[in-house]
Design a protein around this ligand. Structure first.
Ligand code: PHE
Length: 466
């Protein structure tokens, strides 16, 4: 196994692969983006359509992606090229993964901005604990207005936002530059189990102390009239975002998997863990949103506004708040690492450069875009870069990158992946890799060949022009 440089590395075990892939999937997408999207798209209809998308589209695409990576054993575009070559198909199909690599880079840039917010809240809770000790954290004593002012205070301070953003990016770069086994795998193996323990603890606490009823009704009442083209596109986009699909991330991780890992089973584990965390995060956050009278559609700030209010009302609020945001930080880091790894692996393999140099170049690019995203909440709030496209008419830089990747790059990448795996690649090669038999295999094949590309195309057109 090569330590770093351009040699190809592997995960040290099957469970390391699962933890890293679950680590990539579970992140800010579940804790921050899922509740915010559910709230902006009316709750129940969005949530149920989201679950439908995970099962019928996300899961089959996830298996297709890790399968391409495992067969190719290289960075994402090169893996697609190898599958194409072994199937006597045009190597130009690698464009689907090149687009993905670019999209991963774009997502990385704004993902680290939100990662910075997490760091900020860790700082708030920490300083609180230092000031007043474990039992009587000042958080519990602060008045509501003061806590509500935290988020706008942060958003209004461009310099602070940029500092936090770059800090989070630098931590991500540190781990990616160390390589697969001593960097990426290390974060996943140590931080993901810790994440699950903390997350379960806090959810159970929330279930006993919060108002569950209203949240459950909001999240699971299906109102068919609310399922518009926009909402459907938002739900598919969220499913892809949350499962890390359509952006070459899972192909890149699949490439480090060895031959005896059952990819069908592994994909099932990743999708179940990811969906469970998203739903639980919704059930954690919405009771607080309702109790505090916050607007469900308050956008990207939802998680950051609502939870501190709950911690304020709890005994040991500072300590629990610190634990919660630390856990979100771990989850975010294991995802940002995968976002940086996809373009980095491509760059150092393609240009035969050192891993560390490639990490620096990609990171520097993400820093520039990240600064523009950080300023979207303050100095550049009125800058709408793609205002000529109706979907992005009044959308700032941050939201434009977010919408562009989740609503265009990811679905288009997934459609091409399905056509490639379902119709272009050699069926024997695919059967050999997927680890499924009998009915499961046939179902997966039918989903990839027919259901996913057709449903995705319809939703895409509906969402864009409907
Ligand atoms: N799935 C990650 C999350 O939910 C984000 C991500 C998207 C990671 C795409 C890698 C690729 O936070």
């Amino acid at each position: 196994m090569a330590a770093s440089g351009s040699g190809h590395e592997n995960w040290s075990s099957r469970s390391a692969f699962i933890l890293a892939a679950v680590g990539s999937a579970v992140g800010l997408g579940n804790m921050w983006r899922f509740p915010a999207e559910a709230g902006e798209n009316g709750g129940g209809a969005f949530v149920l359509f989201y679950i439908f998308c995970v099962l019928l589209i996300g899961l089959p695409v996830l298996l297709s992606e890790v399968l391409i990576g495992r067969h190719g054993q290289a960075n994402a575009p090169e893996s697609v090229r190898r599958v194409a070559r072994d199937s006597n198909a045009p190597e130009g199909w690698s464009i689907l993964a090149s687009m993905g690599v670019f999209a991963a880079f774009l997502i990385l840039s704004f993902y680290c901005v939100v990662g910075g917010w997490v760091v900020y809240y860790i700082g708030v809770f920490l300083s609180d604990l230092f000031q007043s000790g474990v039992a009587g954290g000042a958080f519990e004593g602060r008045d509501t207005a003061e806590i509500k002012a935290l988020m706008p205070g942060l958003f209004g301070d461009g310099t602070l936002m940029i500092g936090l953003n770059l800090g989070f990016l630098a931590i991500t770069m540190f781990f990616v530059s160390r390589g697969v086994s001593s960097g990426i795998e290390w974060v996943a193996v140590y931080l993901m189990p810790l994440f699950f323990v903390l997350f379960l603890g806090i959810t159970i606490y929330g279930a006993f102390s919060g108002n569950f009823g209203e949240a459950v009704a909001y999240l699971f009442t299906f109102d068919f009239s609310k399922l518009t083209g926009d909402v459907m596109l938002a739900a598919v986009g969220q499913a892809f975002f949350s499962l890390s699909l359509g952006v070459a991330g899972m192909m890149t991780y699949g490439a480090y998997a060895n031959r005896n890992t059952n990819l069908g089973e592994t994909s099932g584990i990743i999708a179940s863990a990811d969906t469970a965390v998203a739903l639980l995060a919704g059930l954690c956050i919405f009771p607080i949103v309702f109790a505090a009278g916050l607007a469900t559609n308050s956008g990207p700030g939802l998680m950051f506004e609502s939870l501190p209010l709950a911690f304020q009302a709890m005994p040991f609020g500072s300590l629990i708040g610190l634990a919660f945001f630390t856990m979100v930080f771990f989850a975010a880091l294991t995802s940002s690492v995968s976002l940086l790894e996809a373009p980095t692996a491509w760059m150092f393999e393609k240009f035969k450069m050192k891993r560390a140099v490639a990490t620096l170049i990609v990171g520097a690019g993400a820093a520039v875009l990240g600064i523009l995203s950080s300023l979207s909440f303050n100095d550049l709030a009125d800058f709408y870069p793609l205002s000529f496209i109706p979907l992005f008419a009044e959308t700032n830089f941050f939201d434009t990158l977010d919408g562009l990747t989740a609503k265009l790059f990811m679905p288009i990448g997934a459609i091409l992946t399905c056509i490639f795996v379902g119709w272009v690649a050699d069926a024997r090669l695919i059967d050999d890799e997927n680890g499924l038999d009998g009915v499961l295999h046939q179902t997966w094949r039918a989903l990839v060949r027919f259901v996913c590309p057709i449903v995705l195309t319809v939703i895409l057109l509906f969402g864009l022009f409907g």
